[in-house]
Structures are given as C-alpha cells and as structure tokens.
Design a protein around this ligand. Structure first.
Ligand code: NAD
Length: 435
C-alpha cells in the first residue's frame, strides 16, 4: 500500500505541485494540482490552454426590492468551466464572500469531480454576493427569482443544471424551478437538482455525500489494511456531510472519537454515540455547544488527534503548512471541498499519509444529483435502495480507478484523481475536435 503514499519508502518520482503565483486562493490551489497532473499526463499544450480557463463567465446585477421598500442591487455570477462531457452542473452559493475567483475554481472542480466519477456532466458554479442570514425569506425568494431570470439563457435541463451550495437549499431550488418553468410555459423539474422530494428530488440525496465519504473511506482502509472495527476516526464539521459520514462510518464499526462544529471540538476516546450527538445538536439550535458526553477541546485540535481516519467535512483550507506536519491520522478522506491547501500536499505526502481527495471523496452528492436528473427525465422515481446501490457502485469503481492510477504512476491519489479527470476530458476534446 505504501507504494503510492510514501515517497521516502518507495523512492518514487514525486512531482512537486507547481508554485502558487499568489497567496493561496481557491483558483490557484486548483490550478496548482491541475498543472502537476497535466505535466505527468503530458497533456498537449492546446488542450491545457483550453482547460485552464472557464468556457463562460457571466456577471449580472440583480436589483431586488427589500422588505423596507428600498431597492438593493446584488452581484451574481455563473461560471461554466466546461460542457465538453455534457451539460454543466454546479451549485449556487449565497454568501457575502463570494467572488469571481472562488466561483471559477469551484466550477473547474466540478468538471474534474464529474469526470472522476464518470458521469456525463461538465462543470459550473454560481454565486450571489449576499448574506442570506440577514435577509427575510421574501427577500431571498425575490433574489433567487431575479438570479434565475438573469440566467434564463444559461440554465437548461440539457445546458446548465444548478444545485444548492452554501447558503441555498431545497427551498431556493424550488423557487428556481418555478421561475424557470414559468418562462417555459411548462414544468421543467430537470433544470435543477437538490429539490424537495415532492417536486422531484431524489431519495438518498440528503445523505449521498456522507455516504460517498463512507464508501471511499472503507475502500481506502481495505487497501491500507486498517480493520474498521479497530479504527478510530475524527470528523471535523457536523453538518450534512460530516454528520452523515460519522453516522454511516459508526454503523460500519468505526469508533468516532471526535466530532466538531463552529462551537469547538468534542473528544471521547471511548467513542461518541452519533445518534445521541445528533439529538443534542437538533435540540440545541443546531449547535454541539455544551455537549457533555465528550471532553471539549480546541476546534483546531481535532485535526491532529491520534486517529486512523480523519474526515475534514467543514470548510476549505483547514489543513495547511501550519498543521500538516502534526497530523497523526493514517488516512484523510476529504468530505469538504478544498480542505487541504496545495502547499500542505507535499508535507502530507512525505509523511506517508493517504488522502482520498475531495473531487473523489465528496462526489457522492453530485452522483445522486445526476440520478435526480435522470429520474426527472424518465418521469420515474427510484427507491432509496436503488439510489444507494448505484451510487455506492459508482463511488467504489471511481476509487478503484484512481487507486490504480496512483499505484501505476506512483503519485498521490489527489494527483491521480486529477489525472483520471483531465485524461477523460482531454480525450473527449480530441474525439470531438472542432477548434
Ligand atoms: P453544512 O453547512 O451542513 O455543515 C458545515 C459544518 O461545518 C457545520 O457543522 C459547521 O458548524 C461546521 N464548520 C464550519 N466551519 C467550521 C470550522 N472552521 N471548524 C469546525 N467546524 C466548522 O455544510 P455541508 O453541506 O456539510 O458542507 C460541508 C463541506 O462539504 C463544504 O466544504 C461543502 O462545499 C462540501 N460539500 C458538500 C456537499 C453536500 O452535498 N452538502 C457536497 C460536496 C461537498
């Protein structure tokens, strides 16, 4: 197993990620890995030049009437990185920090993510610079409808299919679907995924990302010969991804010794009962603050605990040059997008720690979004068992493929995942031609 995780033990040709041009921002972090993988693949320069820039970037101004009668103008973005594999797919983020660089990086990540799990989508991402926590439901609805109308020529069930991201959820997707459908004179539920179940949302979508984290964790543990029944795990973030990953890993025999959220981290070496922690969180306004079944530790300490498996499932850039050398886990499975800075990659690799990278580990979500779209287009509903069985198979096959490439080229699974994705996109360009 070490033959693809440890440079020192195998004397392998490790290629340093390209240096960052600026301080770490999401676009540069993505480009650094993209450059490294392209270099190893020997990607033709023309194709590299096509893929390094988004296919389309749209910036719109969205005037919205606020509850006090004033009109506020929000800035909205939609970036389509690539549609070469199929309609572009990617969430919409409502957040005060949204900016074009971030949306560009996230759009490219979606291209690679869809390609790694071999689903027929390109990559896109959208965002609006707003703070939904300070807005009423009516204001958010008017903003979502304004954004949808501004993107009416961009979105489409065969063109560009949005989904929820930070600050948006099923409620916003229902408004998007409704606004889009009004302009078409018919109900078009396949234009967006992550909808409420009654509007054509898929069973199994809520837990899909955490479930994919569980499937890829077990697959990686199999390769590393870690017995789940003797394994300790720490999960950073106790939201949709972290909570489901923790719950499903616990069901598979792992001992979850630490969980965390914005209130801090909670450690119990005997194991935390996830269902009890969920009940506590749900009665405590969604926070683990005051959770007494475990010892409270500093939030950052969760990343450096002596565990077998570490699942960062909160936010980006938490594993950095500042803490990478202190990580004790044997395996990191990235539930969050971009939790490891590109500068920390080589430190982790040198330490012989295996990483199942974000574009593979958290692709269970987009996989079940794809199933939602397939069901909408079929006009048919699958059972949760069918959804889970098919997504588990896709995640396991994708893991095996990435692992094989990592072993063959003696690179980290992160670089291997980029190589698998870039190779697929590049081959498609070659067959389609048309420049
Ligand atoms: P969420 O909002 O449901 O949960 C986030 C959790 O992380 C919360 O418990 C929050 O308290 C905690 N958190 C935030 N910042 C933290 C910090 N600095 N330290 C500790 N805890 C912190 O979000 P989510 O949907 O679970 O998404 C988590 C990550 O997974 C994000 O990076 C997201 O982009 C990524 N992701 C989500 C999905 C999905 O289907 N939800 C799919 C792919 C990737």
């Amino acid at each position: 197993m070490e033959n693809y995780t440890s440079k020192k033990s195998q004397n392998m040709a490790y290629i340093e990620p390209a240096p960052l041009l600026d301080k770490e921002n999401p676009f540069e972090a993505m480009m650094s890995r993209f450059q490294t993988a392209s270099q190893i693949l020997g990607l033709e320069e023309q194709i590299y030049n096509v893929l390094k820039v988004p296919a389309r970037q749209v910036i719109v101004s969205l005037p919205v009437t606020m509850d006090d009668g004033s009109i506020r103008v929000f800035e909205g973005y939609r970036v389509i990185h690539s549609t070469i594999l199929g309609p572009s797919k990617g969430g919409i983020r409502f957040d005060p920090h949204v900016n074009l660089d971030e949306v560009k990086a996230l759009a490219a990540w979606m291209t690679w993510k869809c390609a790694v799990v071999d689903i027929p989508y390109g990559g896109a991402k959208g965002g609006v610079n707003c703070n939904p926590r300070d807005m009423s439901s009516g204001e958010i609805e008017r903003l979502m409808r304004a954004y949808t109308l501004a993107m009416i020529d961009i979105f489409g069930a065969d063109k560009d299919i949005p989904a929820p991201d930070m600050g948006t959820g099923p409620r916003e997707m229902a408004w998007l679907m409704d606004e889009y459908s009004r302009t078409q004179g018919m109900t078009v539920n396949a234009v967006v995924t992550g909808k409420p179940i009654v509007l054509g949302g898929s069973l199994g979508r809520t837990e899909a990302t955490g479930r994919g984290v569980m499937v890829t964790s077990l697959a990686a543990m199999g390769k590393l010969k870690i017995n789940p029944y003797n394994a300790a795990c720490a999960v950073q973030g106790f939201g949709n991804v972290g909570m489901w990953a923790a719950r499903l890993l616990e069901e598979r025999g792992l001992k979850i010794v630490a969980i965390s959220d914005l209130s801090g981290a909670y450690y119990n070496e005997k194991g935390i009962e996830i269902n009890k922690a969920v009940q506590y969180r749900d009665k405590n306004k969604g926070s683990l603050d005051g959770y007494a079944e475990a010892q409270k530790i500093d939030g950052k300490e969760i990343l450096t605990l002596p565990v077998d498996l570490l699942v960062p499932a909160a936010t980006e850039d938490v594993i950095t040059v500042a803490n990478a050398s202190k990580i004790q886990a044997k395996l990191i499975v990235e539930g969050a997008n971009g939790p490891t800075s590109s500068k920390a990659d080589s430190i982790i690799y040198e330490k012989g720690i295996s990483v199942v990278p974000d574009i593979l580990a958290n692709a269970g979500g987009v996989t079940v979004s794809y199933f939602e779209w397939v069901q909408n287009r079929l006009g048919y509903k699958w059972t949760a068992e069918r959804v889970n069985r098919r997504s588990d198979r896709i995640m396991k096959d994708a893991f095996d493929n990435v692992y094989r490439v990592a072993s063959e080229y003696k690179v980290s699974m992160r670089i291997a995942a980029y190589m698998v994705a870039i190779d697929k996109v590049a081959k498609t360009y070659k067959f389609r031609g048309g420049f």
